[in-house]
Design a protein around this ligand. Structure first.
Ligand code: A2P
Length: 302
């Protein structure tokens, strides 16, 4: 199974799925999640200073013995470090914890009114120094992006926002597309809310997939980069299986809807075909939008 890469406005590429490490406990739990993620095929990991697990991601990647250029690492400058004098020293600590001399993507974690403009200048300096291969923002709404685009020397490559079928943010997603900014979807599973939705269940059954896989696939269909989080082995793998599916009479006769168990039965990989949501699925999923926020709401941040 190959993961598509999207092109960033820097010319570099980003794998179209990443393992989200928000609320992944620091220490052994995080190291284990990353190790399982690597075994499943993830090569893109999303951490942040505020998650307190940069060092455990760094340690797990070191243990993997993969070459640095084989993985895509994102971190974010936390709110408390967005002051102009704090961005650089905090970023240096992040690099140390990650055991690397560069990140693939560095984000401003939240559009803090009094700090975001100065902080962006620091990110531009870091980008120019080569220690972040791309820079971007998180939780920015259209008005925050308009301010940034009017002033910046280097355009943001990415805006990472809460995005899922229950919070579709189509105006913001379209705006980012027009401006050449890749949208990343955090909490693509709405933090586990709504996985029992009947529309999701119907579409999941039709494709021999799970509701979670349909939610993640929806993010891919609209051209964004989902960052599902899990610390459970089966779910980490399940969430990655969104690019292909098993299609054969034998597969359809298997009682479970999870493609994972089909693979576990040793069915031949030649029978794997692309997993895609069709127009009817997308129309049905569009109706699930209900502005459900499971995290911060930056809408009214001036
Ligand atoms: P856990 O870490 O215990 O597996 P999001 O990425 O939208 O923030 O969602 C994360 C939440 O969804 C976590 O509570 C996670 O729990 C749960 N989760 C992740 N993957 C799945 C899955 N495939 N099926 C059900 N729940 C999941």
């Amino acid at each position: 199974m190959s993961v598509p890469n999207l092109k960033l406005n820097t010319g570099a590429t980003i794998p179209q799925i990443g393992l989200g490490l928000w609320q992944v406990l620091p220490g052994i739990i995080c190291k284990r999640a990353v190790r399982i993620g690597l075994e499943a095929g993830y090569r893109h990991f999303d951490t942040a200073q505020a998650y307190h697990n940069e060092q455990h991601l760094g340690a797990a990647l070191k243990d993997s013995r993969l070459k640095r250029q084989e993985v895509f690492i994102t971190t974010k400058i936390r709110t408390a470090n967005l002051g102009q004098d704090d961005v650089l020293p905090s970023f240096e600590k992040s690099l140390e914890k990650l055991q690397t001399d560069y990140v693939d993507l560095l984000l401003i974690h939240f559009p803090v009114t009094e700090h975001r403009r100065g902080a962006w200048q620091r990110l531009e300096e870091i980008y120019k120094s080569g220690r972040a291969k791309a820079i971007g923002v998180s939780n920015y709404m259209i008005h925050h992006l308009e301010e940034l685009l009017a002033e910046c020397q280097i355009k943001p490559a990415v805006n990472q926002i809460e995005l899922h079928v229950f919070l579709q943010m189509s105006e913001l997603v379209d705006y980012c597309k027009k401006k050449g900014i890749i949208v990343e979807a955090y909490s693509p599973l709405a933090h586990g809310h709504g996985l029992d939705d009947p529309t999701l269940a119907k579409i999941a059954k039709k494709h021999g997939k799970t509701a979670a896989q349909v939610m993640i696939r929806w993010c891919i269909e609209i051209g964004t980069v989902p960052l599902p989080k899990s610390t459970h082995k089966d779910r980490i793998k399940e969430n990655f299986e969104v690019f292909d599916t098993f299609d054969s009479p034998k597969a359809r006769s298997v009682s479970t809807s999870s493609s994972l168990s089909l693979r576990a039965e040793g069915l031949s990989p030649v029978e794997w075909v692309d997993f895609k949501l069709d127009q009817q699925d997308m129309t049905d999923l569009a109706k699930l939008n209900r502005n459900l926020r499971t995290c911060w709401d930056p809408t009214n941040v001036p």
